[in-house]
Design a protein around this ligand. Structure first.
Ligand code: HAM
Length: 436
């Protein structure tokens, strides 16, 4: 019997994880610059959190959750998204008491949705996301959009289109809902099966339905932007002004609804043309009612989630170089019994000093080892033979220039640093090296 990774999941092999770490590293760096703190929540939560948070009428809750009962009879669900868990943690740890300012958080990790797998759509996928809790200020809306935009720019991604909309608030949305129901009711027969259900439950979702969205009568339906209350209009205008100031181009898409129920006011998506049918690399918006919906105080929130697989796909399609691994610093070649024993200690010393070092574990001849060094993209080879050992030295050979010199074994770390053109240690935990 053989096994395969479950449908809709994939293994990330070292070449791929190297790319992912680069992308994740950049996201960590940008979040630090924007002053967001990292949060890690469990991969599963009480099912009810998502039913309440994401919304009973959504596809996610109705069709896509991985829900199971544990041995204690509790209903648990693998998280289909990151916002509800972050809000749950915010309430549980009473972070709303802190300092008066908003709490700014970010996360990265796997999410799970039982969807039909295709390019850019998996059952286990990964999101990079941010959430800000505790501010109504439209400057926060602009800040998170600009954070994502900075990320795309620094990744080198081109042609990302930002679409924005306002989906209103509990003051203005009910009236818009009513007008949509009135408008669509005469067309009921022409709606797809899903949209017929949406007609009374969540008529706004008809606007972005994959089946009905292209029908003329749907395109001509009333738009929310004509129904916003003054506060929502003002909020939306302020954001647009700030995006202009930041020179972040956007298009207004009045039919942008989003697939989760918690949104109020701002909703946005980042689209990328090359990744096919699943063209949203990310999306987000405000959720001013979510914190109180799941038992917390009346605190507003806003955030976004970006799809890691889709980002990497877009980077590939756009031909952006993704080499993750810069290769080895040194390949250590030991010839002879004594030298082979000596190399264990030497490897330890060099690795502790922060260098990336590999050696031969297949008992290859000198030529084979040099070939391996080349294949592993090593900068230099360190060659230790009987002769060198007798002299207390080691041969350091630059594999690019071919230059070589014998250096005393006792000074090998310093010589290695010099050969790479660096004056201090490489490792995170290196003791500081004093500048001579
Ligand atoms: P979402 O639009 O459902 O929003 O997901 C965000 C992004 O995750 C999508 O734009 C897409 O790139 C990626 N994604 C979603 N489903 C899949 C899938 N099955 N396979 C691959 N990628 C996928 C949310 O999840 C919200 N929590 C975002 C948010 C945060 N809103 C406010 N704060």
């Amino acid at each position: 019997m053989t096994f395969q990774a479950p449908r809709g999941t994939e293994d990330l092999l070292p070449e791929e994880t190297a790319v992912w770490r680069k992308v994740e590293g950049l996201f960590h760096s940008i979040c630090a610059r924007f002053h967001y703190g990292e949060i890690r929540t469990p991969l599963f939560e009480q099912t009810e959190l998502f039913v309440r948070g994401v919304g009973e009428s959504t596809d996610i809750v109705n069709k896509e959750m991985y829900t199971f009962e544990d041995r204690g009879g509790r209903s648990l669900t693998l998280r289909p998204e990151g916002t509800a868990p972050v809000v749950r943690a915010f309430v549980e740890h009473k972070l709303f008491g802190e300092g008066g300012g908003p709490i700014k958080l970010y996360y990265m990790g796997p999410m799970f949705r039982y969807e039909r797998p295709q390019a850019g759509r998996q059952r286990q996928f990964h999101q990079l996301g941010v959430e800000v809790l505790g501010s109504h200020d439209p400057a926060v809306d602009a800040e998170i959009i600009s954070l994502a935009w900075t990320f795309f720019q620094e990744l080198g991604l081109k042609g990302i289109q930002l679409q924005i909309n306002s989906v209103g608030c509990p003051t203005c949305r009910p009236m818009y809902r009513e007008s949509l129901i009135r408008y669509f009711t005469p067309y009921e027969e022409e709606l797809c099966e899903d949209c017929r259900k949406r007609l009374t439950k969540n008529p706004m979702r008809i606007l972005d339905c994959k089946v009905d969205g292209e029908k003329d009568f749907v395109k001509e339906a009333p738009i929310i932007l004509d129904h916003l209350c003054d506060d929502c209009t003002h909020h939306f205008e302020r954001i647009k002004g700030m995006l202009d100031d930041l020179q972040i181009p956007f298009v207004i898409n009045p039919r942008l609804v989003r697939g989760l129920d918690y949104y109020t006011r701002t909703a946005f998506e980042f689209m990328e043309g090359s990744i096919g049918a699943q063209s949203a690399v990310g999306g987000g918006g405000r959720y001013n009612g979510l914190v109180s919906e799941i038992g917390g105080p009346d605190v507003p929130g806003i955030g976004f989630g970006l799809g890691m697989e889709r980002l990497v796909l877009a980077l590939r399609n756009q031909g952006i170089p993704l080499e993750g691994d810069d290769g080895l610093d040194f390949y250590l070649i030991a010839v002879g019994e004594r030298a082979r024993r000596e190399r264990i200690k030497l490897m330890q010393t060099l690795r502790r000093a922060g260098f990336k070092v590999e050696t031969d574990y297949a008992e290859r001849k000198m030529k084979g080892q040099l070939k391996a060094a080349d294949r592993l993209n090593a900068r230099c080879a360190l060659i230790l033979g009987e002769e060198e050992l007798a002299e207390g030295k080691i041969l350091l050979k630059d594999l690019k220039t071919g230059e070589q010199e014998k250096v005393p074994l006792l000074e090998v770390v310093e010589a290695c640093r010099k050969s790479l053109g660096i004056s201090r240690g490489l490792g995170y935990f290196d003791p500081p090296v004093s500048e001579e």
